[in-house]
Write a new protein. Structure first.
Length: 216
């Protein structure tokens, strides 16, 4: 199965971090511009049935998510429950797996917190929201484009969305991570299909952890 990665309102992935600061200070610095959202953010996959995802806007904030494809009986729709998060259309990614599902990845411009929303097209399945995403929208997080990664404060989990296979690496202890100040706890991450590397703050101080992985 093919996977398509689409940035907002474009066909080519083209994010520029030159005008944005690293979120190393948590909520005290900006990842991206918090200008008012005015227009619906639209993504379309390259499958012949043209799966799409729309993020509608109300009062300068993301308001609802609508997703469907040509020939689907009716659209799916859900309220965007994290309207306080400051979304910038140039710092949102959409990953399509044909007409199986789409993934919306974005980071709050103010805190840098990563969000991940899995949107299945099968109406018997519910959408899933994670608020501890390790997204490569953040310039300190390098994640292969076919992989989504997130943490639960004690581990980092990765999933290849082309195969649904997964892997993980433990930090060795539970961390009191504030996801709104992620870089105070997780400085940087590098994930490929065969390796996880993380620089994380544990009791003894900053530590580099590494693991060779096999997706299963």
């Amino acid at each position: 199965m093919k996977i398509l990665i689409v940035p907002a309102l474009a066909v080519i992935l083209a994010f520029s971090f030159g005008s944005c600061k690293s979120s190393s200070g948590g909520g005290q610095s900006l990842l991206c511009d918090t200008a008012c959202l005015n227009d619906t953010i639209k993504f379309t996959g390259d499958h012949k049935l043209k799966p799409y995802v729309y993020i509608t806007v109300n009062n300068c904030q993301a308001d609802s998510i609508i997703w469907s494809y040509n020939g689907m009986e009716s659209d799916r729709k859900t309220k965007f429950d994290y309207s306080a998060a400051k979304m910038n259309k140039n710092f949102v990614r959409c990953l399509f797996k044909e007409t199986d599902f789409a993934y919306i990845l974005f980071n709050d411009c103010v805190s840098g917190r990563g969000f991940q929303i899995k949107l299945p097209y099968d109406k018997s399945q519910s959408f899933v929201m994670k608020t501890s995403g390790i997204n490569n929208i953040d310039p300190k997080f390098s994640i292969s484009d076919n992989i989504v990664a997130y943490t639960d404060r004690g581990n980092i989990y990765v999933e290849d969305i082309t195969t649904n296979k997964k892997a993980m690496m433990t930090f060795g202890e539970k961390l009191d991570i504030d996801y709104d100040a992620i870089h105070e706890y997780i400085d940087s991450v590098n994930v490929t299909n065969s390796r996880i590397w993380v620089k994380v703050k544990v009791k003894e101080g900053w530590k580099e952890l590494e693991k060779n992985i096999t997706m299963e």
